[in-house]
Design a protein around this ligand. Structure first.
Ligand code: FUB
Length: 342
């Protein structure tokens, strides 16, 4: 395991005391933490970062991950167990590369691992794998979820037992390539370059009762600005980039997401799992490292934000997950978290 940022480039913060929270594990690099409480324990489903020697680019080619490990803990602040390989790319016949941000769900005695990866044509799809154990190993379905595309699945189960998948990511996540409903390579590698038009929306689809398919064509989960208008493509501080997450509190649906190139975690609130969601503000200010990605979960009467930064390595593609408490205002808005101590 690396000492904190032993190999950090110049100008990167290395003093642990300057970070609000500390890495949860130091034996592997982890990112994109999706936290869940199953059977009274906390399980985190992260990406497993590796150094594949690929230089940084706008497509995120440096994020060349190949497998997943699950983290488990009995309590926040307690010992964190790093599970064995939960799913390996070599055991998923349709995958060529890029095992990106996963999520998990539970239904009727089965745990479901959802993961985005590039298929043999280099197009991102969403896979699903199952296990009787939340730590895995998971067995993947032989084909991706029909009608799935882009990245960063987050599966939320509502109080009535109905589950929904939120997903999508622009730039390397390819959401712009699906604007017409069909994959269009000509849409380019970033966004639609239509700054005065509504931004690309994240997607939401109701899951079938078997949790392995979409029960409907994915819909737009529209994010509105404070004036009730769709957030515009040019509004990089507010528009959706990637890292969808859904959290429900007091009957309100909190949609969390990353703004990518402006590095915020934002939230928007709606009254239905389908949205629309009205922008409310930042949950997390920019962390160290290019990407930011989170999940929010209740545990022991408190709410927690799992997130990542690059404290241990100082490198964008070698991240470490962390957790910190979230505080709400009486009106249900979230107090913005600064990842650095001042
Ligand atoms: O980990 C690879 C990608 O980086 C994720 O899918 C994005 O959310 C970003 O964190």
């Amino acid at each position: 395991s690396a000492a904190p940022s032993a190999d950090a480039p110049e100008g990167v913060q290395t003093d642990p005391a300057k970070f609000l929270a500390q890495p949860l594990v130091d034996t592997i690099y982890t990112a994109d933490p999706s936290a869940h409480v199953f059977n009274g324990k906390i399980y985190v489903y992260p990406s497993h970062d590796i150094d594949a020697g690929i230089p940084d680019d706008d497509l995120g080619s440096q994020y060349a991950m190949r497998d997943y490990h699950v983290l488990a803990m009995d309590r926040i602040g307690g010992k964190v167990t790093v599970g064995p390989v939960a799913l390996d790319m070599k055991d998923v016949p349709w995958v060529s590369k890029s095992m990106w941000a996963p999520d998990a769900a539970y239904k009727n005695g089965t745990y479901y691992l959802y993961f985005p990866a590039k298929d043999k044509d280099g197009v991102f799809r969403m896979g699903v794998a199952t296990s009787k154990d939340p730590m895995g190993p998971f067995k993947a379905e032989p084909a991706p979820i029909k009608g799935s595309f882009s990245i960063d699945p987050a599966v939320f189960t509502d109080d009535d037992g109905q589950s929904y998948m939120y997903f999508g990511g622009i730039w390397g996540g390819q959401l712009q390539n699906w604007a017409s409903g069909q994959y269009d390579a000509a849409a380019g590698n970033t966004d639609l370059k239509q700054d005065d038009k509504p931004a690309l929306s994240p997607k939401v689809a109701r899951m079938g009762s078997d949790m392995k398919r979409f029960a409907e064509k994915p819909r737009d989960a529209v994010i509105l600005d404070e004036a009730g208008k769709p957030v515009l493509g040019g509004d990089h501080d507010k528009r959706f980039f990637e890292a969808a997450w859904m959290y429900k509190r007091d009957g309100k649906y909190y949609f969390l997401y990353s703004t990518g190139d402006t590095h915020f975690v934002n939230y928007a609130i709606g009254s239905s799992p389908y949205g629309p969601f009205t922008y409310k503000g930042h949950v997390l200010r920019p962390v160290q490292g290019w990407t930011t990605h989170m999940s929010m979960v209740d545990w022991d009467g408190k709410t927690w934000l799992f997130f990542h930064d690059t404290q241990r390595s100082g490198k964008n593609h070698l991240r470490n997950v962390k957790v910190t408490q979230v505080h709400f205002n009486p009106d249900g808005t979230i107090q913005t978290i600064d990842p650095f101590v001042h």
